[in-house]
Design a protein around this ligand. Structure first.
Ligand SMILES: [Zn+2]
Length: 341
């Protein structure tokens, strides 16, 4: 474990009941920030005994569903509605959020590939180090709201990192069932050890992430799905005082991608015309779409085929594509028992 202290300061008292709205003072000096502090917003809402839960959005700055949901939650939630403590960061990688960009413009780093971080490193690494050593150290559960951002549209889903061992994975799946999204993706345990999800696995913290559509915007229907799911999940975690929601939990379907065969990749540059959208069921060999070469009008459009059947779980958002871009991904339904085999 990294014993070096964080350089980030903050006037929040994590022991104090009530609602505190403040910011982390992320130390950074460059041409723009000569005496350098970047103010990263944070809210802490606490009341009495109960779990401490970290709620984050804006891990990637161009993923807006979670950011909008948490902006609303910070403003509407009152301490009396809780038992325990919610630590809410609706613009987690704040420089990336301000830039409308997936990664930080200060160091071009991806926050979700920056764990366990570095207190003396660039802003993204200093911030991830604070999250892991100061915030996660206080928490028993964490929720990280992602989406496809500007580059992709996801089938709205809960997205679980499959690591952390059987007992933790069972708790994650129970939490995903409580959220009640139509689908829950279970990613391989080995997917990446530098993410916030992997940091939670290392510490035995229950982490539930989402992928809530995307495309660089928000829609009322996906916000409603996220808002309802978040309320159910917070009840499930025992942090909401009073009765749980009366509506029945929707049954979520567990799905997983199947490695390289799951993806359709652009073999050339051009305009991608998809033949399917997320949520559709396709068979091996079906045409995923075509790429139209822009300038060579005498060249036929290129048909792309699915190498594996399943449910279309991701579709690229921008129409202009380059060789190597991921255009679509399919996932297949899995049985919970196979995850523990
Ligand atoms: Zn993301």
């Amino acid at each position: 474990m990294d014993e070096r202290p964080t350089r980030i300061t903050c006037d929040i008292d994590f022991q104090k009941p009530g609602k505190q709205l403040s910011y982390l003072r992320l130390v950074h000096s460059d041409n723009r920030h000569a005496f350098g502090v970047v103010p990263v917003p944070i809210a802490v809402i606490a009341n009495g005994d109960g779990p401490t839960v970290f709620l984050a959005a804006g891990n990637h700055g161009d993923e807006y569903e979670g950011q909008v949901l948490l902006q609303g939650l910070v403003r509407s939630l009152q301490p009396a509605q809780l038992r325990g403590c919610l630590i809410i960061m609706p613009a987690l990688n704040y420089p990336a959020v301000l830039a409308g960009s997936r990664v930080s413009p200060l160091d071009h780093e991806n926050f979700n590939r920056a764990f366990p971080g570095d207190p003396d490193g660039s802003p993204t690494f200093a911030l991830s180090h604070f999250v892991e050593t100061v915030i996660l150290a206080k928490c028993s559960a964490a929720i990280d709201l992602h989406s496809g951002g500007r580059s992709a549209v996801y089938l709205p889903c809960v997205y679980l990192h499959g690591g952390g061992g059987k007992a933790l994975l069972q708790r994650k799946i129970a939490a995903a069932r409580a959220f009640g999204a139509p689908y829950t993706v279970v990613a391989r345990a080995t997917s990446d050890n530098r993410s916030l999800s992997a940091a939670c696995d290392r510490r035995g913290i229950l982490m539930v992430a989402t992928e809530l559509a995307g495309g660089g915007t928000v829609t009322p229907s996906v916000l409603q799905l996220g808002r309802t799911g978040l309320r159910r999940l917070l009840h499930h975690l025992g942090i909401f005082a009073g009765e749980g929601p009366r509506d029945d939990f929707a049954a979520t379907r567990l799905i997983a991608p199947l490695g390289a065969k799951s993806s359709v990749m652009a073999p050339t540059e051009g305009l991608f015309e998809p033949y399917h959208d997320v949520g559709e069921t396709v068979k091996e060999g079906d045409v995923a779409g075509v790429v139209h070469p822009v300038a060579e009008l005498d060249r036929p459009s290129l048909e792309l085929h699915f190498a594996h059947g399943g449910i279309v779980s991701v579709r690229r958002a921008p129409t202009l594509v380059a060789r190597g871009d991921y255009l679509m991904q399919v996932a297949v339904e899995i049985d919970e028992a196979t995850l523990y085999a």
